[in-house]
Design a protein. Structure first.
Length: 325
């Protein structure tokens, strides 16, 4: 492979990309961005990064240095996209029968997951401004969702904006539990736990670690994990800083990771709220959707999941049904 010219290698790689059943837009981007280090640095720099033993760290370091020297954009935002293209290129090398480095365990897992999705014949449209606008318009047309959201906004922003009175918290927690079917069967210990945390200043500042503090509640002698509920409780106080985690969003983010490599997160990272928010921001950046706030991205991704992955979740098909674990 190293003996091939720049154009010869790109031509061969493009054939591989077309064999992967990924979108034309992704193919066109990968055809260019995969070889950024070669174009802006050198052939040697490119191959050193691709073949590095400590690929993740060495390739990322090379990209950051090269981007810093050649790009006026936010390097930290750009680097993950270029790195994901290099990961896919390594899969190409590993599948070509050469002596190039084998795919890492993480890459093999991603490829395996992708193949499972491929068998399901699910083809979700490539995220774009047009797609987001379509789904946001659909959200506005769904009267039950819109009115439910209005009711929650009135409760959280007007009637009970603070979290110093356990009765106010109980009203909000009970309403969320009912509207979102989060299946918390004993809501008072949850409200009491939230009241004990003195959360108002942290909510206002967008402290993402707050979700983790809220989600674990001891009921009786057992510790319960109400992760999705905790993200919703924070989000309804500060929707811009706290996107909602639920199983539809989880499914969509894993799908696009496996298909387009927009990020290299592990499945378990989605259950860590600090990491989850970073992943959602990476998703927004990778697909050029920065004009939308996280609330809008959340609505778009959720409706996408509801439409394309409807059989795996909950009993109530007309509500935002979520997992609480």
């Amino acid at each position: 492979m190293k003996a091939l010219s720049y154009d010869e290698l790109r031509t061969l790689y493009k054939i591989f990309l077309h064999s992967q059943d990924i979108s034309r837009a992704t193919i066109n981007t990968a055809y260019v961005d995969t070889f950024y280090l070669w174009r802006k640095g050198s052939q040697e720099l490119f191959w050193n990064a691709v073949n590095a033993t400590d690929f993740e760290n060495e390739a990322k370091g090379a990209l950051i240095k090269t981007l810093s020297e050649n790009s006026t954009g936010n390097v930290n935002s750009l680097v993950n996209g270029y790195l994901s293209h290099l990961r896919r290129f390594r899969l190409f090398l590993a599948s070509s029968g050469t002596d190039e480095p084998a795919a890492t365990k993480q890459e093999k897992n991603a490829k395996s997951t992708y193949n499972r999705k491929k068998k399901m014949n699910i083809d979700v449209p490539y995220p774009s401004i047009e797609q987001v606008e379509f789904y946001l318009s659909e959200w506005d047309d769904l009267e039950n969702y819109r009115l439910q959201e209005d009711a929650l906004n009135k409760l959280f922003f007007e009637l009970c904006p603070k979290n110093t009175d356990v009765i106010d918290i109980l009203l909000k927690a009970s309403t969320l539990n009912d509207f979102y079917s989060t299946n918390i069967f004993s809501i008072y210990p949850v409200a009491k736990h939230i009241c004990s945390l003195n959360i108002d200043a942290r909510l206002k500042s967008g402290d993402v670690t707050l979700v983790g503090d809220i989600q674990y509640v001891t009921i009786g002698e057992k510790e319960k994990n109400f992760y999705s509920f905790a993200s919703k409780y924070c989000s309804h106080h500060n929707p811009i800083d706290y996107p909602i985690y639920d199983s539809y969003v989880d499914e969509v983010l894993r799908y696009f990771r496996n298909r387009d490599s927009f990020s290299d997160f592990q499945d378990s990272d989605l259950k860590d709220y600090v990491k989850f928010k970073v992943i959602l921001i990476d998703f927004r950046t990778f697909y050029g959707l920065d004009k939308y706030n996280l609330k809008q991205i959340d609505q778009y991704v959720w409706l996408l999941g509801k439409n394309y992955f409807p059989k795996n979740y909950g009993k109530k098909k007309n509500n935002r049904v979520v997992s609480v674990g």
